[in-house]
Ligand binder design. Sequence first.
Ligand code: GLP
Length: 236
Amino acid sequence: MKLIKEKNYEAMSRQAANIISAQVIIKPDCVLGLATGSTPIGTYNQLAAWYEKGDVDFSRVRTINLDEYIGISGRDEHSYRYFMDKNFFEKINIKKENTFVPSGIAKDIEKECKEYDRRIKDFGGIDLQLLGIGLDGHIGFNEPGDCFQKNTHVVKLHSSTIEANSRFFSSPEKVPEYAITMGMISIMQAKKILLIANGKAKEDILNKALYGAITPQIPASILQLHSDLTVIYSEE
Ligand code: GLP
């Protein structure tokens, strides 16, 4: 594992964007696994700025996102599809049809899960997976539990996650109770993993995840087993 400590959010974002743009330059048709949340917003802004300058070209890149809330459509401003479009995809030259976010309104959600895994397999896996970390150690929406969930699956969100994510909604009651998330196989089979974390509040869970026991009670702890993990942390 490579741990990079940065002095502030801007430096963390710039460093993460550096690694992602290097990936795109080395392999222009790469598959990027992408994340939502407030942490990656600065990274996406930096990448968009470099695209504007002509330094990075996303025209052949394919992206696959980690997760989506169940019950809200991609046109809803609270959806992760909407988040990705507004914060990243609409600012760069990626082809919309090359961007994938699980559907939270699929009629047959089990089928959606299977097809999502198949799509990742057909892509030949993920070249670089960007991750944030939840306060309870979740990655994507893989919540703490009795075992690691292998495949894309439906998850009931923990009350602490609903509480943490309620800042994006008008009230905690408005946060969907269920989500669809990529499982640990697709994440762990990514060729490279880049985990970003920002703020003192994340320090404790990050330490447990990176140096403590590998346990499904702290889903991110499984990342210790990955052979190419980079973590960028800024406490500010
Ligand atoms: C959500 C997302 C995660 C993300 C987490 C942390 O629950 N599903 O992928 O890592 O939030 O978000 P933030 O970066 O806002 O702390």
